[in-house]
Design a protein. Structure first.
Length: 152
């Protein structure tokens, strides 16, 4: 339990990491859309996306989940030796992500809490993420809640 208590230390709130840059490729958009069963041609056909006014294929709304990050680097917290589950994820967009974008992402620990204060069996981390384009303009914000279980 001591390790989990150390991880749940609220002094980690506000710790930021990044930026990490991701190049958005048309093939990745197509594969992701296929994987989630989204047949909208805006994700598959460049001519269709161009006719709709976009500079490239449009990524599905949950596409930023492909922007992987090493949770073991989360504010210096070692989550690799624990069971970590995704509890919740939300996205807000200023504009769609399109093929050809280079998205720079900064993540920040927003909140840390106890899931079961009586037994200290688990806790959670809320991570805020902001993705900007090459011009530095905000493209999206996301919030990810990670649930971390304590020792068995």
């Amino acid at each position: 339990m001591e390790v989990l208590e150390k991880m749940l230390d609220r002094t980690h709130i506000g710790v930021a990491f990044g930026p990490t840059s991701y190049d958005v490729e048309a093939g990745a958009i197509r594969r992701f859309a296929e994987a989630i069963g989204d047949s909208n041609q805006i994700h598959h056909d460049s001519a269709y996306a161009a006719a709709a006014g976009f500079s490239g294929l449009v990524a599905p709304p949950t596409f930023p989940v492909t922007f992987h990050f090493d949770s073991s680097k989360l504010g210096g917290l070692d989550l690799t030796k624990r069971g970590v589950l995704l509890g919740e994820q939300t996205f807000e967009y200023e504009r769609p992500i399109v093929a050809g974008d280079r998205i720079s992402v900064i993540r920040r620990v927003d909140e840390i809490g106890d899931g079961d204060a009586a037994s200290n069996a688990m806790g959670f981390f809320s991570i805020l993420e902001e993705g900007t384009d090459a011009a530095g303009k905000l493209v999206y914000r996301a919030r990810r809640v990670l649930i971390v279980r304590g020792s068995s």
